[in-house]
Design a protein around this ligand. Sequence first.
Ligand code: SAM
Length: 424
Amino acid sequence: MVTIKELLAEDGIIFISIDDNEQHHLRMLMDEIFGEKNIVANFTWWSKYTLSNDSKTISYQHENILSYAKNLDVCQIGLLPRTPEMDKSYKNPDEDPKGPWKATPLHAKSGRDEDRYSVQFSNGVTWHCPEGRFPRYTQEKLMELYNDDQLYFGKSGKSQPNKKTYLSEVKAGKTIGSLWPYHEVGSTHQANEELASVMGKGAFNNPKGTKLIQRVFQTANLSSDDIVLDSFAGSGTTAHAVLALNKKDSGNRKFILVECQEYADTITAERVRRVINGVPDATDEALCEGLGGSFTYCTLGEPLDIEAMLTGEKLPTYTALATNLLFTSAGISVEDVTLDQKNDDGLFYSDDKNDYYLIYKPDLEYLRSNEAILNMEHAKRIQDSSYENGKKAIVYAAGNHIGQRELTKMGIAFCQLPYAIHER
Ligand SMILES: C[S@@+](CC[C@H](N)C(=O)[O-])C[C@H]1O[C@@H](n2cnc3c(N)ncnc32)[C@H](O)[C@@H]1O
């Protein structure tokens, strides 16, 4: 969770679906890591419309989605689109150039007696604040509204006035509530059907649906080029939802899915491949022709335990270390290639510009010996083979006997391995 927080953008939000058994533990953990003040909400997804009568105790009809911002002060919670229902009461009977408006009273339920007043407008109408009510605006503000033609005196122009509240001035969307009912965000049943339409029945238990994930995106106020990480990807609903949204609005959002089970390829990635390429039998037209997009499938290599490397307790294989160094220091990811030592000097990889050397054996005795050190003789051989071919040599080793100035002249960049730190 600490790593997830680090990975989040400053205005990013995390959403975690969790059942009641673990919810309170997770909440404490999240309060500790993200800070109590950064909770967005514990959303309730009303996910089932039926009751399980065979349930021994309670039939659960909802799931919790706990959500925290990395920093609630900078993150902008999204809005839902306004509904026609919400806009229905905005009209423009007097053809106001500011567009449709809704009449709102000039008085409110609460206030102070001393703030009550009556006023006569230059059109001859007198406004008294009604008994038991209080002015919503000061007399000065009310006159400003009058002079700005923001008061409506009815069709006759002589009725008691109301303020015009313009549609263009109200919130551009609908505030998101904490209850997400199935008729808005889909049910568990619909999510199963959705997955079945792509992968066949029973491919994965309890997937989420793309409509629910869509609500998550709206809440997080996802922009058209944001990145979504799902570290518990399961059936890959998150990628499906990202691709569907990109297709709908020509966005360029990206996704990263992580899945540790063997079905990462056969279910998680396979669903993504299918929705990209098209699902001929799908009822949804966009899905039928394919949502488009692309992704790269990667598998994790052997984990490197830096602590254990430093103590010499656990040394990685040559291949694992070479693969990791190439990726972490040069950003090169090799797929389906096993990086082995190609010559006695430790060459393990070449591209157009660089040759990569690793002087290493997973053997403490060796790492403590002079053999593991880059010396002049070794460096000259590297120079002869790389520099002479117009390439820079990147050399990883436990130690180095040559000054940087000399190495630069030889076209060698030296990178220290951590083993040199222990007992050398
Ligand atoms: C409840 S499922 C997620 C379902 C997903 N939301 C969907 O719509 O299909 C949780 C998934 O997280 C995976 N998982 C659990 N621990 C993990 C870990 N440490 N790293 C990666 N995946 C993990 C499980 O294998 C499982 O597939």
